[in-house]
Ligand binder design. Structure first.
Ligand code: KIV
Length: 291
């Protein structure tokens, strides 16, 4: 691909002269820090989180951005897809993640049906996530089709992360989770989407399930950080769903997931051992009992 509709834009200086990892310890990471990381070529990691405990672990580990994704639907709440997730659920989960963290920038998803109806609806629900849950930014799906909504929220002082490529809230329209951006027309659409969300004022854009060379091209022409998930190594940041990366997910995980732990097996082993101890009367022992 040669002709790109993206043009690098100007960004403001971040207030600190340190890196995202370990540099910012006494306050939360901000969107200005991420803009600075883009200019410095610093790569960063984002993980999803749906509760205070897990979010606290990731915060202490130095993950600079946590996403309360509507992937909570299939990864936390037991739904098949993200579609059924409600605003009330997102507010509850997001508030827990904010309470569990001190340093990470917390971004919350606007779930399906909470922003597509009208600008007023988007504003109302984004404000709920900011005011009731205390998140510092929101994310919504769609490129050109969501640009007007992004602009409205940004004008109102709400940092917006965009999400293009494979947008899981459209699973029924896609007929599954196919790779996006393959072929000239689809690739040009992705470039137009990236340009539209940047011009609308998004501070970052998630590129999901797109060919690696296309994600790298978007990144090269983008003034805002690109966050890849299934976009290959050429994006500015990478995001993974925590239950996938930690080995909690049952069954197959997508090709783009690297499993960094095997928590499902570890927890299952612990639960089996506990049940055996109780059955055999070896727990609780004297050391776990009061005299
Ligand atoms: O909901 C989510 O977890 C997401 C990530 C896959 C980017 O949108």
């Amino acid at each position: 691909m040669n002709a790109s509709p993206l043009q690098p834009a100007q960004t403001q200086d971040a207030p600190v002269g340190t890196t995202l990892y370990g540099g910012v310890t006494n306050r939360r990471v901000t969107v200005r820090d991420l803009a600075k990381a883009k200019r410095n070529g610093e790569r960063w990691a984002m993980l999803t989180a749906y509760d205070a405990l897990t979010a606290g672990v990731f915060d202490e580990a130095g993950i600079p951005v946590l996403l309360v994704g509507d992937s909570a639907g299939n990864c936390h709440l037991g739904y098949e897809t993200t579609v059924p997730v409600t605003m009330d659920q997102m507010v509850m989960l997001s508030a827990a993640v904010v309470r569990g963290t001190q340093r990470a920038l917390v971004v919350a998803d606007l779930p399906f049906g909470s922003y597509q109806e009208s600008p007023a609806q988007a504003m109302h629900n984004a404000a709920r996530l900011m005011k009731e849950a205390g998140v510092q930014a929101v994310k919504l799906e769609g490129g050109e089709r969501s640009a007007r909504t992004i602009e409205l929220l940004v004008d109102a002082g709400i940092p917006v992360m965009a999400h293009i490529g494979l947008t899981p809230q459209s699973v029924h329209a896609f007929g599954g989770y196919p790779v996006q951006g393959r072929g000239d027309e689809a690739a040009h659409q992705l470039l137009r989407d990236a340009k539209a969300v940047q011009q609308a004022g998004a501070f970052a854009v998630v590129l999901e399930a797109v060919p690696a060379d296309l994600a790298a091209e978007v990144t090269a022409h983008s003034a805002i950080p690109t966050v890849g998930i299934g976009g290959g190594p050429g994006t500015d940041a990478q995001v993974l769903v925590w239950t996938d990366f930690a080995g909690m997910t049952a069954g197959r995980v997508p090709k783009f997931v690297k499993q960094y732990a095997d928590l499902r097996a570890t927890l299952a082993r612990a639960a089996t051992e506990f049940a055996t101890d109780v059955r055999e009367g070896t727990f609780p022992g004297p050391e776990h009992s009061f005299s």
